[in-house]
Design a protein around this ligand. Sequence first.
Ligand SMILES: NC(=O)c1ccc[n+]([C@@H]2O[C@H](COP(=O)([O-])OP(=O)(O)OC[C@H]3O[C@@H](n4cnc5c(N)ncnc54)[C@H](OP(=O)(O)O)[C@@H]3O)[C@@H](O)[C@H]2O)c1
Length: 322
Amino acid sequence: MFAVYAESFSTDDPLSGLVVGERPDPVAPDGWTTVTVKAASLNHHDLWSLRGVGLKEDALPMILGCDAAGLDEDGNEVVVHAVVSDPGWRGDETLDPRRSLLSERHQGTFADRVVVPRGNVVPKPASLSFEEAACLPTAWLTAYRMLFTQGGLKAGDTILVQGAGGGVATALIALGRAAGLRVLATSRDEGKRAKALELGAHEVYESGARLPVKVDAVMETVGRATWSHSVRSLRPGGRIVISGTTSGPRLDDAELTRIFFLQLSVIGSTMGTRDELASLVTMLDATGLRPVIDRVVPMTEAREGFAAMAAGEVFGKVVLTR
Ligand SMILES: NC(=O)c1ccc[n+]([C@@H]2O[C@H](COP(=O)([O-])OP(=O)(O)OC[C@H]3O[C@@H](n4cnc5c(N)ncnc54)[C@H](OP(=O)(O)O)[C@@H]3O)[C@@H](O)[C@H]2O)c1
């Protein structure tokens, strides 16, 4: 079948290991189902995979892609949940130490077909297109959990979203606004700041700019480049919810003194549960809110989407269609 996969790793030139070609048809083990992919979306995770982060050499070649929407074996429209937990695991699957994301241990979604555990499909409402639904399982689910589960945020709270243009960041802005939060956002790019305002941010600032108010919580996915600013932007007792480190994980100054003196909390967040994905789908169906899509390209043109993401030239999600 047609597939977009990683053949090798390169830290400096991740696209050198990307192949747009053919892979064997997947075989669904017992308890698993085959989903015919209609649309999939790109995540920074796919670039990390091509750099050899989170993916082992002996797993190559590996079909990339965590997110998909398509048809199950009975022709029902479904959204694929990307977190695969151990069959014996009960409870929150993001806490399963043996969990993996599609494209880490099991083949990913950038293909004609993907096999997933039967429990890993969520019905897709007719109100969402396949392209829109394909944006939800990673970036939007991560944003949902950061705000409402790990962040414990409620209407009227003020948040700062760092790096406004990213897939997770645009989801944070849109979901936060829809949930009644006051949303401040930063971006390095003037054009992205303007788009963030259109998307629902109340105020936008250059990365690192001093804010006129201290916020209740910061949503971090950028890491090294914004960490110090995130800590300095919080009110006493505030919290940083972090789910990514796009600019790198190492810090010159972790601002530890400020963290203890102002009694700040640092809370990690990873993906979300199947139930949270179902709630997110319901929220979009009920509110009319839709994912921000930077571009839709045929899966055969996947390299173009990867290149745009690697260059930081996207605002929202890159969707690949079959
Ligand atoms: N833990 C999880 O479950 C989970 C789930 C999804 C994503 N993630 C992680 O979250 C991060 C974001 O993912 P994504 O798919 O949203 O990526 P993305 O679409 O590529 O967005 C990354 C954003 O980070 C900002 N950025 C990058 N380098 C920067 C720098 N040097 N200084 C300031 N801002 C910078 C950019 O914002 P501006 O250009 O607007 O400044 C960019 O738009 C990734 O590291 C990913 O691995 C984790």
